[in-house]
Design a protein around this ligand. Structure first.
Ligand code: ZN
Length: 270
C-alpha cells in the first residue's frame, strides 16, 4: 500500500466518498494485501487473517469519509487491522494456531537455483523469527520494515509517539537479527566489550537519527571489526528479506470471498 502507491489513490478515495462503487472497490483492493499480510502475522492464523481482512475492509468502506490524505488513511487502516486482530486474539485465545502453510512466500525469480534456495531459506527463517518476536516488536517491524510506513505513520498506526516507535524498532531489529544469527552469522565471534552497539547504531542511521560523527566512528569500527561488520551485514540482509515479504498477495479465493461480502454489506448499507 505504501511502496509504489498508485498516484491516484487519493483521487480514488475522493471518488469513493462521492459514492463511486468502482472507486471504492479499487481503494479496497489497494489496501487489502497490506491488511492481509499484517493480519496473517499478527494473528498467526490464516482463517483469522481472512476474517480480519473482511472486517477491516468493511470498516474502511464505512468510515472512508473521515480520512484526509493517503498517510492518514494508511495509518488508520493498520490501526483498524490491529484492533481487529486484538479482538480475535481475545476471543479465540484458547484456539491453537493452524499450520503456517498460509504464511508461505513466493521466492524472487533469482538467477540461480542456489541463490533462490538461499533466499527462500532466509525468508522462511525470517518468518519464524517474526513469529517468535513479542507482539509489540513484531508489529513495529511489520509496519516499518515490511510495509514500509514512515516512522510517523507507524506511530500513528500504533497510537504511540514517534520516539517510542524508534526505540521499540531498534530493540525489535536487534531481536530479529539475534534470532537470525544462526543462519546469517553462524561463525561469528561474540562482540567484544570494546565494540559499539553497531546494530542499534545502524538502525538509528536508517531512521536518520545517527549523527555524522557517530556514523563515521561506526563505519571506522566496522571496517576493522569482522564481528560488527558481520552483525551489520546480517541486519541489512534481514531487512531486505522483510521487503520481500511484501510481495505476498491475498489468495484469489479469499479476495473473491471478501469482495463479495463487502459488496453485499455495502449494497445493504450505502
Ligand atoms: Zn566490533
Amino acid at each position: 500500500m505504501t511502496a509504489d502507491p498508485p498516484s491516484d489513490l487519493t483521487s480514488l478515495v475522493e471518488r469513493a466518498r462521492g459514492g463511486d462503487r468502482e472507486a471504492l472497490d479499487a481503494v479496497l483492493a489497494n489496501v487489502a494485501p497490506s491488511i492481509h499480510r499484517f493480519a496473517l502475522r499478527m494473528c498467526k492464523n490464516g482463517h483469522d487473517a481472512d476474517d480480519v481482512l473482511q472486517d477491516t475492509l468493511m470498516s474502511v468502506a464505512k468510515h472512508l469519509s473521515d480520512f484526509e490524505g493517503r498517510s492518514a488513511l494508511t495509518s488508520w487502516v493498520f490501526t483498524l487491522t490491529r484492533n481487529a486482530c486484538a479482538r480475535r486474539r481475545r476471543g479465540l485465545k484458547n484456539r491453537p494456531p493452524v499450520s503456517d502453510e498460509r504464511v508461505a512466500y513466493e521466492a524472487d525469480p533469482a538467477p540461480t537455483p542456489e541463490a533462490r534456495a538461499a533466499g527462500q531459506e532466509l525468508v522462511a527463517a525470517l518468518s519464524s523469527a517474526l513469529d517468535g518476536l513479542p507482539d509489540d516488536y513484531r508489529e513495529v517491524i511489520l509496519l516499518r520494515d515490511v510495509e514500509g510506513l514512515t516512522a510517523a505513520e507507524t506511530a500513528a498506526a500504533l497510537e504511540v509517539s514517534v520516539d517510542a516507535v524508534k526505540s521499540r524498532l531498534h530493540r525489535a531489529r536487534e531481536a530479529l537479527r539475534a534470532a537470525l544469527r544462526p543462519l546469517l552469522e553462524p561463525t561469528a565471534a561474540p562482540a567484544t566489550s570494546g565494540c559499539p552497539d553497531v546494530v542499534a547504531m545502524w538502525s538509528k542511521k536508517l531512521e536518520g537519527d545517527l549523527s555524522q560523527g557517530d556514523c563515521a566512528s561506526m563505519e571506522a569500527h566496522i571496517a576493522v571489526c569482522p564481528t560488527c561488520s558481520g552483525a551489520c551485514d546480517a541486519l541489512k540482509r534481514a531487512l531486505l528479506a522483510c521487503q520481500r515479504v511484501r510481495g505476498e498477495d491475498v489468495p484469489p479465493a479469499i479476495q473473491a470471498r471478501v469482495k463479495a461480502a463487502v459488496r453485499a454489506w455495502a449494497d445493504g448499507t450505502l
